[in-house]
Design a protein around this ligand. Structure first.
Ligand SMILES: Nc1ncnc2c1ncn2[C@@H]1O[C@H](COP(=O)(O)OS(=O)(=O)O)[C@@H](OP(=O)(O)O)[C@H]1O
Ligand SMILES: [Mg+2]
Ligand SMILES: [Mg+2]
Ligand SMILES: [Mg+2]
Length: 401
């Protein structure tokens, strides 16, 4: 009898534990989605400003000649601050792209001031996103601290967030596609991912409209003004078998939290002749000629969809395209924040992501995807995936990569 009572208590305890565990996971996803929504709003403001002005110091060049902007630092500070506020700074470890070196130089005072202003402008809106903002505007040192707190190196054990504050910064400065990517990694596995895609409309048909007209002639009314959703946030928790999409929240339009979400699913197309593949816009980031050869050899006949940023992962998860391929130049090491959120979102939406040998991406080795073989393949399913991997094997040796 006593034993039975003990068993019941143990059973009760373990079910409570798992409930508490899932509640804490829900809180993490919930806060991550809100933080990314807020970051999307921040980026839209900065991008609109960049497009209407020319010059200024908002865009800087990093050592590798890639751009970094007020938005990259401001999103990193804002998301870092929000996560610390929600979970306590001692419990939050973040691996992120940007550092404070450029910002801390005496000659960068104007830039730093712009970042502090942008962060505070964004945090004032925190309640619209169901988040708590600071009681007082953050000072310069608090903003710098929030950015530099993202100094985790990742690794095989424990939990850390991986943040790409603006992915596709080149697309961002060109008024085009970009993404905000936030993932939580636990013992080397991505457990949740959120992709904010401020210029990727809820409906694919609006993409062309958006690009061709909306940015250039902003006074044009949207196609269906009532349901015009300029961007979206896609997210998933590992093991749930579902990925979700929300429209962007608009503080000005009183479209605030709680937001509506709908499930997204990968495409059911498995015939290469009907499949569309995505790849990076810049040839420097991926060999367009090698991917064209692969596409041809598996029978993919459609024009590639060249899109900046992890919007490519979002496109696969939503079923707007069937394949994503990236073959960076030899020696380039892919970073975890460029892929973590996209991988879990695609997998939970029913798709696959591996390296070009068919092995899972390894998020347990620190900042880089160490051991990545040749390139990255994401797809809507095993039929397309296997064909592409077989084609890579057949053509790799004769390629100049
Ligand atoms: N040489 C080289 N090769 C491959 N990849 C590189 C390279 N240099 C940079 N990067 C990383 O690519 C990120 C942008 O990737 P995209 O797929 O958006 O490329 S593209 O802009 O569409 O061409 C970009 O992310 P962000 O810096 O966040 O924009 C970089 O992390
Ligand atoms: Mg990136
Ligand atoms: Mg970036
Ligand atoms: Mg960058």
């Amino acid at each position: 009898m006593e034993e039975k009572e003990n068993q019941t208590q143990v059973g009760l305890k373990s079910s409570l534990d798992s409930e508490q565990f899932s509640q804490s996971q829900d809180k993490e996803l919930d806060v991550a989605v809100r933080a990314v929504q807020m970051a999307c709003s921040l980026c839209q403001r900065v991008q609109d400003g960049l497009i209407s002005r020319t010059g200024g110091n908002e865009i800087q060049s990093k050592d590798d000649n890639s751009p970094v902007t007020v938005a990259d630092w401001s999103v990193q500070a804002t998301v870092s601050w929000v996560l610390s506020e929600a979970f306590g700074s001692r419990n939050v470890s973040i691996v992120a792209e940007e550092d404070v070196q450029t910002l801390s130089k005496p000659c960068a005072a104007g830039l730093l001031e712009a970042v502090v202003k942008t962060v505070n402008k964004s945090l004032v809106d925190a309640p619209h996103f169901g988040l708590k903002g600071p009681e007082m505007p953050l000072g310069t040192s608090e903003v710098l601290e929030a950015i530099s707190r993202c100094n985790s190196n990742g690794g095989p054990t424990g939990r850390f967030w991986a943040l790409d504050p603006v992915d596709g910064t080149l697309g961002f400065v060109r008024g085009d596609q970009y993404a905000i990517a936030l993932a939580l990694i636990e013992d080397g596995e991505v457990v949740l991912g959120v992709l904010g895609c401020p210029n990727y409309p809820m409906r694919k048909e609006w993409l062309g409209y958006h690009h061709r007209y909306h940015r250039i002639v902003s006074k044009l009314t949207p196609p269906t003004s009532e349901s015009w959703d300029k961007g979206c946030v896609i997210y998933a928790r590992r093991g749930s078998g579902k990925a979700w999409m929300q429209p962007l929240l608009h503080v000005n339009k009183k479209l605030v939290w709680p937001n509506s979400a709908r499930p997204v699913r990968v495409s059911s197309i498995d015939n290469p002749s009907m499949a569309t593949f995505c790849e990076p816009v810049e040839k420097a980031n991926s060999s367009h000629s090698f991917t064209a050869g692969l596409a041809h050899s598996v029978g993919m006949r459609k024009q590639p969809l060249r899109v900046y940023s992890m919007v490519k992962y979002a496109a696969i998860a939503r079923g707007d395209a069937e394949v994503f391929m990236k073959f960076a130049r030899a020696g380039y090491k892919e970073k975890i924040w460029d892929h973590a959120a996209g991988v879990v979102v695609i997998q939970e939406a029913g798709g696959m992501v591996t390296d070009a040998r068919g092995r899972p991406l390894d998020f347990s080795k620190g900042t880089y995807l160490e051991g990545l073989d040749r390139g990255i393949i994401a797809s809507a399913g095993a039929t397309l995936h296997d064909k592409i991997i077989t084609a890579v094997d057949a053509s790799w040796d004769s390629s100049s990569l």
